[in-house]
Ligand binder design. Structure first.
Ligand SMILES: Cc1cc2nc3c(=O)[nH]c(=O)nc-3n(C[C@H](O)[C@H](O)[C@H](O)COP(=O)(O)OP(=O)(O)OC[C@H]3O[C@@H](n4cnc5c(N)ncnc54)[C@H](O)[C@@H]3O)c2cc1C
Length: 390
């Protein structure tokens, strides 16, 4: 396997639980992660719970009570959907906010407990050659052999490019700001235990508590004319961020003012066309390497986690790798296509103005509930097992 992000680590764990030997190659020197916070919805947490991570996740996660979409200036709620116990009961698994580093730690500790998983950090994969009996992988840590190769090397996947050619990434006309604000730096700024999404003309602002309420994770998307960088670690100027959200609700101004300017990041949002084929010979793609989505549904990592369980179910069948990969793509593609499309559509909805915004606000409670039910009820692993009559 290549890549030990959320997708790769979950995949290694799923395969180990299914009885496979796994070699996991990660380019970084340790399992560090970029991006501050992450939301994990019930369709993802139910899978991690099945892998035995219920307690370790609950220890580090925040459990928001509701997701509230608000007017950018007044803060008036436009739509409220219950999370917390209500969502856990309705969907059979919890909705969590986490620090990404905590999620990676939980997954890394779990694979350390699996003797059949060997992790090599500082192992940047350079090329893969398909040989009659499997694959030969050349990396900065040496050469490795395996029956199949799973590429979980993220949105900039070099393996996807090597196998399927350039992805022709397109700038969406949007850039995202990211900041993590310590609650101790906030004065009278009110940050409830909710997923707050503030909709405004041409922009939106997402804020939610992480780290047991000690910090507030913010992702703020604005429309931008041109860009070249798509990196989460790109530094941004705090005064530009403040300028972008001038006139927005005082709570959001308070969050921006309390952020450490050295820690403010900004990057471009690029979009990629969907792939027709997810595998070639004995190499298969998963997670962002396969179907990256814009962050307007908070489902990218959840899709990687769903992929991981489904791919392990398919590989555990007594069939040729090509047949397992075909079944995996057939089971996953309708779902990931939907998430990619719906995420793109949300950009226009979140940033609407005039009559469109008026209609959005009236429809939001109903439409939001419909979309979340479709996303959160889905049980990817059960569907895969049913496909094989298990
Ligand atoms: C602003 C923003 C907010 C988001 N919020 C959410 C959210 O709330 N909920 C959610 O579900 N999703 C969210 N996402 C999406 C989510 O972060 C991604 O979908 C997820 O991280 C993808 O996981 P992955 O394992 O496929 O890729 P990655 O996490 O990118 O991991 C890829 C790994 O592969 C390694 N690698 C790359 N190349 C090589 C190589 N040649 N050799 C060896 N290793 C290599 C990298 O070092 C990395 O560790 C968000 C995304 C953005 C941009």
């Amino acid at each position: 396997m290549v890549g030990a992000g959320v997708g790769g680590l979950t995949q290694a764990l799923a395969l180990a639980k299914a009885g496979f030997e796994v070699t996991l190659l990660e380019a970084n020197e340790s399992l560090t992660t970029t991006g501050a916070g992450i939301q994990l919805s019930p369709n993802a947490t139910r899978i991690l719970q099945r892998f035995g991570l219920a307690d370790s996740l609950a220890r580090v996660a925040d459990s928001p009570q509701q997701v509230v979409c608000r007017h950018w200036q007044t803060g008036a709620p436009v739509s409220i959907q219950p999370l917390g116990v209500v969502a856990a009961t309705r969907f059979g698994a919890p909705y969590y906010h986490l620090l990404r580093a905590d999620l990676i730690d939980v997954l890394a500790e779990a694979i350390q407990r699996e003797p059949s998983v060997t992790l090599h950090c500082n192992a940047s994969v350079r090329s893969v050659v398909q040989i009659p009996e499997g694959v030969e992988v050349d990396s900065s840590a040496g050469t490795f052999h395996g029956d199949v190769l799973i590429a979980a090397d993220g949105v900039h996947s070099s393996l996807r490019e090597a196998i399927f050619g350039e992805a022709n990434a397109r700038f969406t006309g949007q850039a995202a700001w990211r900041l993590l604000v310590p609650r101790s730096a906030l004065n009278d700024c009110d940050v409830p235990a909710e997923t707050g999404v503030w909709w405004g003309p041409g922009k939106h602002f997402v804020a939610y508590p992480v780290n047991q309420g000690r910090s507030v994770n913010c992702v703020c998307v604005v429309e931008a004319k041109q860009w070249t960088e798509e990196s989460w670690t790109q530094k941004g100027r705090a005064q530009d961020l403040a300028e972008d959200f001038k006139g927005w609700h005082p709570n959001l101004q308070g969050l921006i003012a309390a952020a450490d300017p050295a820690e403010v990041r900004q990057w471009a949002l690029l979009d990629r066309p969907t792939l027709d084929r997810w595998y070639s010979g004995r190499v298969v793609l998963m997670g962002d390497a396969c179907h990256p989505s814009l962050p307007f549904l908070a489902q990218g990592a959840a899709m990687a986690i769903e992929d991981a369980e489904v791919l392990s179910v398919c590989l555990a069948e007594d069939i040729e790798p090509a047949a397992a990969f075909r079944a995996y793509q057939r089971l996953r593609q309708p779902r990931t296509d939907y998430v990619q499309r719906a995420s793109r559509r949300n950009a226009g909805i979140f940033h609407a103005t005039g009559l469109k915004a008026w209609a959005r606000d009236r429809l939001a409670p109903w439409a939001g509930d419909r979309v979340t039910a479709k996303l959160y009820r889905f049980d990817a692993g059960r569907l895969a097992r049913q496909h094989f009559n298990r």
